[in-house]
Design a protein around this ligand. Structure first.
Ligand code: PLP
Length: 250
């Protein structure tokens, strides 16, 4: 399942040497958003549909997982460990990727929000995590990245003692941001689509949490010679439209 050819990103040098597990199915559409553009005062908005990847409901973490799981396979790991919020998309996609690649998956769900209802704890991504065969562990502290990573390390040590070969996808800073490479690949894809559709964007806007999406995209664009601005941010659900006129979204 390893893809080390990288034919689509041939001009981004060292990436050619890194292992990658193929999860993204083709390229994702670049879709015009005329209704949203109207609401936002006429800005010409497009969305890069990374939700429509044909893999476990898609999302930005699929591209990132290609590089984490690629490294895991190259190290002969057979068990993936990941930590995240109870309803984390990253965790759900890691469970799906591990399942697809025939690996075991242990997920640690952190208590980040004060919600106790059974739907929050059992529906949506948690339901899918279980359906995908992941083993669920609980971590009571929310917003304690270092503690969550340490606890994940303890679970990994137990799995090693059982003879398994675990690979941790870490949460906190201080680790190689391998996932960002997925968005270096996306930068190339976006630039190709801009040429294909003859569109010149003023700016790309990305939601930013760990910064892997934002940093990878920015690096990829610059490495490929583009000066396109990349604006990352977490936007308030109460603001009607955070995007000013003449900007374009990824
Ligand atoms: C759907 C979605 N978009 C964006 C992000 C943020 O991405 P990043 O962690 O690469 O900054 C997340 C992270 O949890 C996410 O689940």
């Amino acid at each position: 399942m390893l893809d080390t050819e990288f034919s689509t990103i041939a001009s981004v040098g060292k990436l050619l040497d890194l292992p990658r597990a193929k999860l993204v199915n083709g390229i994702t559409p670049l879709e015009a958003m005329p209704n949203l553009s109207r609401i936002c005062g006429g800005a010409n908005l497009f969305v890069k549909r990374d939700d429509s990847m044909g893999f476990a409901f898609g999302g930005n973490k699929v591209r990132q997982l290609e590089f984490y799981l690629g490294e895991a396979l190259s190290l002969n790991a057979n068990t993936i460990l990941i930590t995240g919020a109870v309803q984390s998309n990253f965790v759900r996609l890691a469970a799906a990727a591990a399942n697809k690649l025939g690996m075991e998956c242990h997920i640690q769900l952190e208590e980040r929000v004060a919600k106790e209802d059974t739907y929050y704890r059992n529906s949506g991504n948690v339901f899918l995590d279980r359906l995908l065969g992941a083993t669920i562990h609980s971590y009571p502290e929310g917003e304690d990245e270092e503690g969550a990573d340490l606890h994940l390390g303890e679970i990994a040590a137990e799995l090693s003692a059982e003879g398994k070969s675990p690979y941790i996808i870490p949460l906190g800073p201080g680790h190689a941001p391998l996932g960002a490479l997925g968005y270096v690949v996306a930068a190339r894809e976006l630039l190709n689509q801009m040429v294909q559709y003859d569109i010149e964007f003023d700016e790309v806007i990305v939601p930013s949490g760990s910064g892997n999406t934002h940093g990878g995209l920015l690096f990829g664009l610059r490495a490929l010679g583009s000066e396109l601005k990349v604006n990352g941010g977490l936007y308030s659900a109460r603001s009607r439209c955070p995007i000013s006129k003449n900007q374009a979204t990824l």
